[in-house]
Design a protein around this ligand. Structure first.
Ligand SMILES: Nc1ncnc2c1ncn2[C@@H]1O[C@H](COP(=O)(O)OP(=O)(O)OP(=O)(O)O)[C@@H](O)[C@H]1O
Ligand SMILES: [Mg+2]
Length: 247
């Protein structure tokens, strides 16, 4: 089982869209996938057609992990997110339980667990990073994008240095790309220079079908598989699998 976090503390960069579509494409390739929504906004949960209840907080209220796993119409299973996660965040901030996510998943059988994290480097995000073998970092090609990810990258490095995690950045993903925009092009070039090994070749275009899909409780790849956005996430998942499985 490979646990992968999707993280960037900047809001609205495409974390949830990436987590949902990646999980859906993995499931469509017959890999068993679990999506954990660690965001109190619960966007990955509604995008999966589920209610924002039965979050990971349940584990601290005596529930068994099997009681909080739900199945979705996108082919993967979900541990939902929702407002309860505010309480869970506060709880593990005062009483850290390092690696509890990985530990609680040990009895489950999945090929991939994808964790959608909130737009903050809070205690839940750090827990996700500790429990993961890899992190995907979606970002928009904007002026502050590079600065924004340095604290995330530093956190991942420092967890490794302290022996708390073997997490590595699996890939940086350019999202909502519009190459007609000159600034986007120049930031994209900068990213290629700074992160030649981490940057994924696949670009995720700005595509309205990806934005519409969540209101139908579906991934973009299920909602409109022929759209450019869906095709991009299919290609991205291929690139991800080649990196992570060395296939
Ligand atoms: N490639 C895309 N094309 C068009 N719209 C997109 C694309 N990716 C994401 N969006 C839309 O942009 C908004 C932000 O995306 P998303 O929710 O995935 O970002 P996020 O990083 O998870 O945000 P937050 O930090 O609030 O959790 C959403 O309305 C989403 O539907
Ligand atoms: Mg999100």
């Amino acid at each position: 089982m490979k646990i992968i976090s999707v993280a960037n503390q900047k809001g609205g960069v495409g974390k949830t869209t990436t987590a949902v579509n990646l999980a859906a494409v993995l499931a469509s390739t017959k890999r068993k996938a679990l999506l954990i929504d660690l965001d109190s906004q619960g966007n990955a949960t509604t995008a999966s057609g589920l209610k924002k209840e039965n979050t990971l907080l349940g584990l601290f209220e005596g529930k068994n992990i099997n009681e909080i796993v739900a199945s979705s119409n996108n082919g993967y299973d979900v541990i939902p997110g929702g407002e309860d996660l505010v309480a869970l965040e506060a709880h593990i901030r005062t009483e850290p339980k390092k690696g509890f996510i990985e530990e609680s998943l040990s009895e489950l059988k999945y090929d991939f667990v994808i964790i959608d994290t909130p737009p903050a480097l809070n205690s839940l995000t750090v827990e996700a990073l500790i429990s993961s073998v890899g992190t995907l970092v979606p970002l928009q090609c904007e002026y502050y994008s590079l600065e924004g990810i340095s604290s995330l990258l530093n956190t991942i490095t420092s967890l490794g240095n302290r022996g708390l995690s073997s997490n590595k950045v699996v890939g940086i993903i350019r999202t909502m790309v519009d190459m007609r925009n000159n600034l986007a092009k120049s930031v994209s070039d900068d990213l290629e220079k700074h992160f030649p090994d981490q940057l994924f070749n696949t670009l995720i275009p700005r595509n309205v079908k990806l934005a519409e899909a969540p209101s139908h409780g579906l991934s973009g790849t299920k909602y409109m598989p022929e759209s450019l956005g869906a095709k991009a996430y299919i290609a991205l998942t291929g690139e991800f699998l080649r990196r992570i499985e060395g296939a």
